[in-house]
Design a protein around this ligand. Sequence first.
Ligand code: ADP
Ligand code: ZN
Ligand code: ZN
Length: 723
Amino acid sequence: MALIDVAVPVPLRQTFTYTCDTVLPAGVRVKVPFGNRQLVGIVMGEAAPTESDKLKAVSTVLDTTPVLDASLLTLCRWLSQYYHHAPGEVLHTVLPVLLRKGERATPDDIVLLTATTEGQNCSLSELQRAPKQQACLAWLREQSQPRSDVTSAYSAAVVKSLADKSLIEEVRQPWQPRPFHFVDALHVQGAPVPDKEQAVAIAAISSQRHAFASFLLEGVTGSGKTEVYLQAIEPVLRDGKQVLILVPEIGLTPQTVRRFENRFGIAVGVLHSQLTDTARLKVWQQAREGELGIIIGTRSAIFTPLKRPGMLIVDEEHDESFKQQDGLRYHARDLAVLRAKDAQIPLVMGTATPSLETLNNALAGRYHHLQLTRRAGGAQSTRQHVLDIRDQPLRHGIAEGLLTVMRQHLQQGNQVLVFVNRRGFAPALLCHHCGATETCQRCERPFTVHRSFNRMQCHHCAATRPIPGRCESCGSQELVTSGVGTEQVESGLATLFPHVAQVRIDSDSVRGKDKLQDTLQKVNAREYQILIGTQILSKGHHFPHVTLVVVLDCDGALFSADFRAAEKLAQLVTQLAGRAGRASKPGEMWLQTHNPDHPLLQDLVHNGYGHFARQALAERQMAALPPFTSQIVIRAEATDGRQAYDYLMACRTVLQQDGSVTLIGPMPTLMEKRQGRFRFMLVCQHDRRKPLHDALRLAMPYFASHRLANRVRWSVDIDPTDF
Ligand code: ADP
Ligand code: ZN
Ligand code: ZN
């Protein structure tokens, strides 16, 4: 009798011991009794001997070989540790849905039709009157054939007659990996000659391809980053190794996939959230068997098993969709570093607008830094201007002067893109007359307005104050909150431009399969003249007919309590500027603000993202914020806000025992109310990661056993990117 350690999908931060007839290898799935249920668990290894005589036995062993290889199991153990997450739930996040449900990990048996002994020995002339049956039997006497092949060559009646006469029968054969190898099918074509910067990048990556190395490929939009990926992976594929490419949720278009397929002449495995469970499992299996040379997928594709890993690529590495925002809140880019290190292969992270985390790693020499500074094809980038809207009459949030500019562009038959920043729901309070923000004196940071509580709060020190009636600087009563909603802008523009076709593109309006692709196609076919959109517009799509981009509200981002808001705005503005217009039609961009002299905004507009980002990084260091410090956010939400607050207060009391962790809050999250529940957060910070995680590890059991733990929805977010 063996004792095995099993990770069971329950929200408990432990594994469980079961008995089994034989020792099972780690990574094998088992069905086990848990309470009064049967759950699919994963064997983590042998269990330590125990005194307990109440151990239950494994009900069924589901696999003969492990579904997770050693490297993915190591990753799972790390995930559970680092994200302080229940091991069984980690494993379930990593596995394809069908495998979580206990379906078989290998494809179904193959059903063959074969001639029986009788069929082999009978005389074919006996079937003279039935020539089809005769031919079919003769064929199957030579060799058994898959049932599907037989039924496509002959009618069902023919097959049935032969079976009824016991001349042929069905046999099941377990599925075998096909000896297919993508290398045999490689057929490279259509590669342009790389320019000098591309050639340097390609050579740098290729020369490191047999060892672990991380690269930041920082290239302006349209500078040919994808072309660098294509040429850098060619030798990897020729070595017979596989390449896994992560792309943002909406950057994965059929065009992207086709570009890789056309270059190499091999099928590309695609993984995204809208695939059926069966289709997902198939790609997972093919990747695991080494049949696929290239796999392109969104966030969760980071868990794809690879038989012969050769290179990892994270495209648009700054994109927020790589961070999972519920359940196991992992960051796929961070996991890519781990996987590349474990497999001893290179990792390439490409973007025009690096996240400050990645840029910091590159500047500190931890990543090789490759740069592409020119746009392929010589297209000009969009000119950017700051528009001072202090004391300006605004119509539906747009300055009068800008409306005139919009009219001009529309009259020339061009498209106008109006961008509404939806980040930072809880905005700052600004004076429309002088541009001053209501600021916490102690922290010199703007207060965040929480309308549901009718108060302002400093998200740095948690101090609160009632919302004032006058500007403290100039006494004006015209205090405005930054931030307008997309719907509001949409109805406003409809009244201002009644005869111009407009379309709203945000995550609500393009929900559903292919909806975004359809809308974008219509945009580029010029069915609409005004596009109103959020973040979603800045990713991977080109808008050749857009010549004017209007950013309605920069202040929301400049004064947000989310310290990443300015970085996100800068990434967005830069991505948008890079995607609008084309060589023959250069574009312009206007950024509306009450603070035209804001140094970060000036830096961005005059010196570009790269300069801005380095400046912002220096500010983060001075303010002791990530990536120079480590953060953890504990969130709680409840219909009775008091309970959520009290729960976090209790968490705070426990964490305070540590003495070295900086604790801010509890305070409302930026989106303070969602689906009828009030949401609070407690921010925990330390200048080093380890002591912060140690403190959390000690405190976790208290969090879980608190009397309110079952009344509020609470969660722990490690390295949060959203507040
Ligand atoms: P990015 O990924 O940086 O947006 P792409 O790789 O998509 O850039 O390149 C932008 C365009 O320029 C594409 O149409 C691509 O085919 C073309 N391109 C890239 N590199 C070259 C090159 N060396 N010679 C000619 N065309 C190129
Ligand atoms: Zn004022
Ligand atoms: Zn403060």
